[in-house]
Design a protein. Structure first.
Length: 496
């Protein structure tokens, strides 16, 4: 898997053990009962389902470290939670071409290349006494050896149990002779900006470094994918902190430290522990995550789009395409429906829908509330299973490119032209040119855009396009195909 490095992020970590002062960078209230791996409380009351959904849902390991929630100092808190925080040392064996002669260091493998070990460092934390440990996926991805170093200096080899690249969460396990000290998992949903938090980890190889700060913000979207929902903190996080815990004053884990802004000293991001709780049981049971699938493409609601759709608020996600045969199609969802509620969860922001759908169990019957022609309508659907080839179709986001306008040239979409453009559409009008300086040019319509609808009326050719546009007084709502995305574009009639 190739990791893309966005301009916002510094992805931690890979620190060479042979370098001096240099580094190679890749990524940057719980329940009062003590729960073991299988979700059993002190009273041995079962809390696990066959699919593992009961695992780690109400905390783990121990009750809150500081029951009153206010330690005498950060020193007291750090001292009590440190046994549950671990440093993770990984090595990847790489083979590089080498001359035919031997070298003093290394050697030569049978294939003529020299093998060398590339070390990296990260952090993690214990979540069950029998050895399960949470870290970031990027810390342990594609490595050959994993060594966990505990606070007392002891070391144990670890194996990967499961990992989820999309949320950067991984689960590993060590086999210890005695029970390990496990940190309790808190509830990130109740965390508020301004609350004190502590980060403990292995920055730049400096073992068990403790830093403190506050929660700066929640629900941050930082460009990592459909599941962005990060906690922002100003507790110092550096390369090597990846995978370590973000801890509240009760000693509960409320986040997994994952990324930083390289241009700032105090902007770090953590995966909310509530998100991890939905992922870890699946990693424990099957080694991977199966996500819910709705089968729609969606678009953010701009002010112009809200006006054209007759919406009073810019809330929800507008459906631009319903995938044939998918759960949404079978439920009767239509293009231009505005999804405002899914399975009882209000959808205010576009980014909320993909996360909620993904976290919904497969085969669950859910209600989807949409606004259709200004009226509220409830539909029932059965959530499907997201397959890898459908990743962009979970509830895919097609960004609004802005309002378009007249000042364009078009031609009929022929089978030959459709083949050249690589699309499966059979009807429509293809934009062939944009008049420089026109409203269409300023709005962002592009050559090769395919106009499919005008004001919810299907367009078969240029003649129908012209006819529909002529009926529009001030403007219209276009549905266009651009590459693999289908988006709505409100247009205004060009004025002189």
């Amino acid at each position: 898997m190739k990791l893309r490095v966005p301009t916002l992020l510094l992805l931690a970590i890979a620190v060479s053990l042979f370098a001096t002062g240099s580094l190679e960078i890749r990524w940057n209230g719980g329940d009062a009962h003590a729960l073991d791996l299988f979700g059993k409380s002190d009273s041995d009351t079962p809390n696990e389902t066959e699919d593992g959904s009961g695992l780690w849902q109400n905390g783990s390991g121990n009750p809150p470290i500081v029951p009153q929630g206010v330690p005498a100092s950060f020193a007291d808190l750090a001292e009590k939670v440190s046994p549950g925080v671990v440093n993770i040392s990984v090595e990847k064996i790489q083979t590089a071409p080498s001359p035919q002669e031997f070298f003093f260091f290394g050697g030569r493998n049978p294939h003529g290349g020299s093998e060398h070990r590339v070390p990296s460092l990260g952090s993690g934390f214990v979540i069950s006494p029998d050895g399960y440990i949470v870290t970031n996926n990027h810390v342990i991805e594609d490595v050959d050896e994993i060594t966990v170093v505990f606070n007392d200096g002891s070391k144990l080899a670890a194996e990967v149990v499961g990992r989820d690249p999309k949320t950067d969460v991984a689960l590993i396990k060590v086999n210890a002779e005695t029970d390990l000290f496990a940190l309790p998992l808190g509830a990130s949903s109740g965390v508020r900006p301004g609350e004190w938090v502590v980060a403990i980890g292995n920055p730049f190889g400096l073992e068990h470094t403790v830093t403190a700060g506050i929660v700066s913000a929640k629900h941050r979207v930082i460009g990592q994918g459909n599941y962005d929902d990060f906690i922002q903190t100003d507790a110092a996080i550096n390369p090597g902190n990846s995978g370590g815990p973000l801890i509240n004053l009760a000693g509960e884990v409320i986040g997994i430290n994952t990324a930083i802004n390289p241009r700032a000293n105090t902007i770090g991001f953590a995966v909310p522990i509530d998100m991890a709780k939905t992922i870890l049981p699946q990693l424990r049971m099957s080694g991977h995550v199966t996500r819910g699938w709705l089968g729609v493409m969606i678009q953010e609601i701009s002010p112009e789009l809200a006006e054209n759709l007759g919406l009073k608020e810019q809330k929800g996600a507008v459906v631009t395409k319903v995938l044939e045969g998918g759960p949404a199609d079978q439920a009767g969802l239509q293009s231009a429906d505005v999804i405002v509620e899914f399975d009882g969860h209000p959808i205010d922001e576009l980014s909320e829908l993909p996360r909620i759908v993904a976290a919904t169990p497969v085969d669950k019957k859910v209600d989807v509330v949409v606004l259709r022609n200004g009226e509220r309508k409830k539909l029932e659907t059965v959530v499907g299973a997201l397959e890898e080839p459908q990743e962009t179709e979970l509830a895919s986001v097609a960004k609004d490119e802005g309002p378009a306008a007249y000042g364009l040239r078009v031609q009929d979409l022929t089978p030959e032209l459709a083949q050249r453009l690589g699309v499966d559409e059979e009807h429509g009008a293809v934009v062939t040119a944009i008049e420089p300086g026109s409203a269409a040019d300023e709005a962002g319509l592009r050559s090769r855009d395919i106009i499919l609808e005008v004001d919810r009326h299907e367009i078969k050719d240029v003649s129908e396009l012209r006819s529909q546009l002529e009926e529009s007084d001030d403007g219209a709502l276009l549905l266009i195909r651009r590459g693999d995305a289908t988006i709505f574009v409100p247009i205004k009639r060009q004025t002189s």
